[in-house]
Design a protein around this ligand. Structure first.
Ligand code: 2M8
Length: 427
């Protein structure tokens, strides 16, 4: 890409974030997702920081206004009403809250992004802001371990594919099939905004809706949901992101003198790293997620396993060999499609290159995987992912995701975290 092309792309990405700004938060894509999403906001903040640092911190402070008293940081904060999205706060049974939210969370990227923002900050007062922000993120991590790991296994469970962020990944097909379909009628909005061939099937939505009704009917009682929810999985990607975030949050706590929180966070990382090692499959050459209802691993061939580097869990004697095995698996992903990284390998029976998390390339996952690879000295693979991501965006536009075979931009247009990742990669 020439310097002039880079400038054009940078301007387009900045303009997209500005256009999606609703006053302190950016919507992921104007009509498809008209609220503030949790892990999107974390990525968007890093994108904002490349050209407007005060606005970057505001993205995070606005997200934290949605935090529950018990520490949960919800997946969506419905700051203002909008009717182009289903399900809204009434469906979640959370419309009485100020601001209204969902009742589930999302992958906890926030601490890692905040640490990065502190490292890149030009604000001499940055630690003043962090004295308010960091304890709230610690409360959120505490919520994960208290409510989502009540048996203290070291790994947290999730009850909804929307909480994993990879909503219709083939990894969830089998456990989701055991969830009853909702008996009630409802009206989806997403397929009125983008083509239905790029979105989850109705059978999946029927179960997504069943689950959110179930949480509401349980009055969000964590023990009851843990005992009775028909879907209960240990998602490798979510746990990898949480483990990495524990380390970054411990670092922030130490910088602020919060030493007992830091010690707790390092302990969670250590215990989690030991527990996550049991999710390694030598035949599949990667970690897999676990269905804790059936006790079975979920072996779908997805990109999730490549987050192991980012999570810093290759500890102990097995670490070097496992890294070699995972690099071999990565080579097979890189060679399988024209554009990397397909979210599902084409040989997986659930592969669908256009349908969202069943094959499409996701810029923010490419970036996270590249960060982890680079941190472990695998510079060439990291660069390949970064180059592929920028090439996709340049040719295909600032879309939500991209077809791994043709490079076509798919899903929502003018997408905030795609813009943010573009700005980060062009830095
Ligand atoms: C998608 O998820 C939402 C539900 O949270 C949806 O499809 O309605 C996912 O890609 C998720 O990971 C993402 O955070 C969200 C907003 O970009 O959209």
């Amino acid at each position: 890409m020439t310097p002039q092309q880079q400038d054009q792309l940078r301007s387009a990405a900045q303009a997209t974030l500005r256009a999606n700004d609703r006053g302190g938060y950016a919507v992921p894509s104007p009509r498809l997702y008209p609220f503030q999403w949790n892990w999107d906001a974390a990525v968007n903040a890093v994108g904002w920081q490349t050209f407007d640092e005060p606005r970057a911190w505001q993205e995070i402070e606005t997200l934290l206004t949605g935090q529950w008293a018990n520490g949960l940081l919800p997946s969506i904060v419905f700051h203002r009403p909008a009717d182009s999205y289903f399900p809204g706060p009434q469906e979640w049974g959370c419309d009485h809250l100020t601001p209204p939210t969902t009742s589930i969370s999302q992958p906890p990227l926030l601490a890692t992004m905040v640490r990065r923002m502190r490292d890149h900050s030009r604000d001499p007062q940055v630690d003043q802001r962090l004295r308010t922000i960091v304890p709230k993120i610690v409360d959120w991590h505490r919520w994960w371990y208290r409510d989502r790991d009540p048996e203290q296994t070291g790994l947290v469970v999730t009850y909804h594919p929307w909480e994993t962020g990879s909503d219709n990944s083939p990894a969830w097909d089998e456990p989701l099939a055991r969830v009853p379909a909702t008996p009630r009628s409802y009206q989806r909005r997403d397929t009125g905004v983008v083509d239905g061939s790029m979105r989850p099937h109705k059978a999946e939505y029927d179960r997504f809706v069943y689950l959110l009704d179930f949480f509401r009917d349980c009055r969000f009682d964590p023990r009851r949901i843990y005992d009775e929810c028909p879907l209960r999985i240990v998602d490798f990607a979510l746990n990898a992101i949480l483990l990495r975030a524990n380390l970054d949050l411990a670092h922030l706590c130490e910088a602020l003198g919060l030493h007992s929180d830091a010690a707790q966070l390092r302990d969670w990382h250590q215990r989690g790293a030991a527990a996550i090692a049991t999710l390694w499959s030598p035949t599949l050459r990667r970690h897999v997620s676990l269905d804790t209802r059936s006790g079975k691993p979920l072996p779908s061939r997805t990109h999730a396993g490549f987050l192991a580097w980012y999570a810093h869990v290759f500890t102990g004697e097995s670490g070097p060999q496992r890294q070699l095995d995972l690099l071999a698996e990565l080579d097979e992903f890189l060679g399988a499609t024209r554009h990397a990284l397909a979210s599902t390998h084409p040989t997986d029976p659930g592969y669908d290159p256009r349908r969202y998390w069943r094959g499409a390339v996701w810029p923010h996952i490419n970036w996270l995987v590249a960060e982890g690879l680079a941190e472990h000295g695998h510079a060439a693979q990291a660069q390949r992912l970064r180059d592929d991501t920028l090439a996709l965006v340049q040719a295909g536009g600032l879309f939500e995701y991209f077809a791994p075979d043709t490079g076509e931009g798919l899903g929502g247009p003018d997408f905030s975290w795609t813009a943010a990742i573009t700005l980060i990669l062009l830095q």
